[in-house]
Ligand binder design. Sequence first.
Ligand SMILES: [Zn+2]
Length: 171
Amino acid sequence: MKEAMSSGQKALFDQTIEHFKEIARQNRFAENAAVEHDRERCAVCHPGLVTLEPFLLYLEIVTQAVKERRPELDRELVEEINRDLDLRGLSFRVTLEELIAGEEEARACWAAWVRDALAAGLGLLSVHSPTSLDFDLDGGEASAWEEDIDSRVREIMAHQLRGCPSRKQER
Ligand SMILES: [Zn+2]
């Protein structure tokens, strides 16, 4: 366990998160390496700038980016989940209604989609700059952080469910 961040580090951490949230909002995460920013104060370029485990720092950034980019459980997200199932050669399909109802198998597919989105985000951060770190969600270092990864997946799903348009209409 590393020591708590100083206020200076916290400011730098927040600034880094905001930078990547903005990139996600503009749908430019794939080209994040090319986006102009203050590299001296970027915690992805220089993970040593904050006293947080680099893996958790990167995980926080991709979590916020996914929430920013995909804030709600809507038909479009359902289509993406089904497209992923198709790509994996599976014939199973989910519906928005099942996801809202919390149907177990459908929710597992949704969770897999979220996990893939986090993995893709980490992959994109690894090419952020020559000094950014290379992480993935399977094996290696990530196995020590399984609980953190699961909790982030649940956090994103809860966020998307709160933003779900059909669910809002029901109220
Ligand atoms: Zn950077």
